[in-house]
Design a protein around this ligand. Sequence first.
Ligand code: FE2
Length: 215
Amino acid sequence: MKRDFHSVLDIRQIATPSFALLSYIVTDSESGECFVIDPPADIRSHVDIGELNIKAVINTHIHPDHTMGNHLFSARVPILAHTDEGGLFQRIVNSSLAAVFTACVPPKISFSITEEEGLELGSTPIGVIHTPGHSPGSICLSWPGNLITGDTVFIGGIGRTDLPGGNTEAIKKSIERILTFPGDTTVWPGHSYGGKHHAALQEISPFLKQILESI
Ligand SMILES: [Fe+2]
């Protein structure tokens, strides 16, 4: 577990081979409360979830690979996503993808997260950055020195924009916002496709600027 000296928040990254997914447990070390972010279906093979003091599950967006573990928590804690992701959720549930993922699509997500209200863990604020483009309600989560980027930015790539609700112009603006963070911010992405699992923003910013010029 990485101790973040900028705050009382600890971050644990969970890498699962399925979909090369990277999930997170962010814990407020003072209160012991945690957020589980984009839980994988096999999270119980990594963590005893019964031991966690979970405030909420957060989906950075609601593509099925990021929500497959939601059902393990839905009886216990709220499952939250951005307000702008609700329409996409209905489209996915109604689509052929549902046939593949029905068993894993959670019964309920509260589409209540907004950038304006942000989030709080214990007494520690966590910033919400609405970063549409990969999906309408994609979010990044920030606290000093750290940025969880979901599928907006990877280490060596960016999220695709050709899925329903994707928007290339929107992701460009979202990446521009990410680039305004301090260079020593650790970027924690939603997938790792063979490369690093995290990196300082300054390591990846030249690549991101190149991408912005090419799309
Ligand atoms: Fe995605």
